[in-house]
Design a protein around this ligand. Structure first.
Ligand code: FMN
Length: 341
């Protein structure tokens, strides 16, 4: 029997929030196996803000209960926040070791935690000695998965990082094979993904620049064995049908690409949602401009409408531009996100 591959929706802060997840799960149900929530940062005064609680509450995630993600380097705060999450019904939490943003890294969090290997080691030591995560397996109440980059400045940092991760009973390792300095641009180090799948003790999830089913098939070919999962981010924001396409391609079936009609329904639902809960046209416009920065890359001959969208200062100007785009421009034959368009 063929192994069922796991396909995850990556967390994108400010994009794949609770509202986005709900709409994706409603219009493209059961196409990805898990959603990962964008990170929250517990503090001593506030383990989870009201906003974090709302976004993670099971009752607000219909068909899209995510894996929550914690940003931080303090094991006690991590444990306290994880306890709160168990009370909310969660049995897994993800640790963010990848965020490249300057404000995060300067606090030695996210990718910044990767250059503090002693601190990282003692973080896991403390966490895995706590009864919440120990003993691992059936009796622990919670599991930890880790989402990591290769290091801060050089891929030579990665062997030490991987050696630490290998010492602990991590449930799954999600690898974005770039350095912090590379942010989200440039070639990914897919040779490092191949190296990691051979040398990790954990199930591996591959992330990074998987924008089309062809990208997934190409990566799969480079790997010595099938990973546990693929995680899709920007490509799936742009093409919400991508999980279906990847699943079909991996099964050797004919791929049914995204249609304009599907994208229109998705964008209409996002617009309705934004109008219903955001106060003021400016906020709605901002949300739609952000989402359209992904969707626009799927179209051919879209330069004129792209300019109109960018220039729009009112929602009606913006909607006129998107209506013109849908009427005028074809989707590319295999609609695929492009970071350069
Ligand atoms: C706008 C934006 C926000 C992101 N927010 C998060 C986040 O909250 N947590 C996280 O682990 N990764 C975050 N990421 C990284 C993505 O989860 C993913 O690793 C990255 O986009 C690479 O995958 P992709 O090439 O499929 O998009 C973010 C990326 C972007 C572009």
């Amino acid at each position: 029997m063929m192994m069922q591959i796991e396909l995850y929706f990556a967390p994108l802060e400010g994009v794949t929030d609770v509202w986005f997840r709900n709409i994706h799960a409603r219009l493209f149900p059961n196409t990805c196996t898990r959603y990962f929530a964008p990170f929250f940062t517990p503090t001593k005064d506030n383990l989870l803000t009201q906003r974090d609680r709302f976004a993670l509450s099971h009752e607000n995630n219909h068909g899209c209960i995510p894996i929550p993600q914690i940003m931080g380097n303090d094991p006690e705060l991590f444990l306290a926040a994880a306890r709160e999450l168990t009370a909310m019904g969660y049995d897994e939490v993800n640790l963010n070791l990848g965020c490249p943003s300057g404000t995060v890294v300067s606090k030695k969090r996210g990718a910044g935690f990767l250059s503090e290997t002693d601190l990282l080691d003692s973080f896991f030591d403390t966490v895995f000695n706590d009864s919440l995560f120990s003993p691992p397996g059936v009796s622990a109440r919670m599991r930890i998965s880790v989402k990591t980059r290769l290091g801060m400045f050089s891929i030579d940092e990665f062997p030490d990082i991987l050696a630490i991760l290998n010492r602990y009973p991590i449930a799954e390792l999600i690898l974005h094979p770039r350095l912090r300095t590379e942010m989200y641009r440039g070639e990914i180090h897919s040779d490092m993904t191949a190296h990691t799948i051979q040398h990790t003790n954990h199930p591996l999830c591959c992330n990074g620049d998987l924008f089309s089913y062809a990208d997934v098939l190409a990566l799969q070919k480079q790997l010595p064995k099938m990973p546990h999962a693929f995680m899709l981010g920007r490509g799936a924001v742009a093409n919400p049908n991508l999980f279906t396409e990847v699943r079909q391609a991996l099964a050797g079936e004919t791929v049914t690409p995204l249609t304009k009609n599907q994208l229109q329904q998705f964008s209409d639902a996002m617009l309705e949602d934004a109008k219903s809960r955001l106060s003021g046209e400016r906020h709605v416009l901002f949300r739609m401009k952000e989402l359209w920065s992904y969707w626009i890359t799927l179209f051919e001959d879209a330069d004129a409408d792209r300019k109109r969208m960018k220039k729009a200062t009112t929602l009606s100007e913006f909607c006129a531009a998107t209506a013109s785009l849908f009427a005028r421009c074809p989707l590319s034959p295999n609609p695929t996100f492009s970071p350069d368009r």
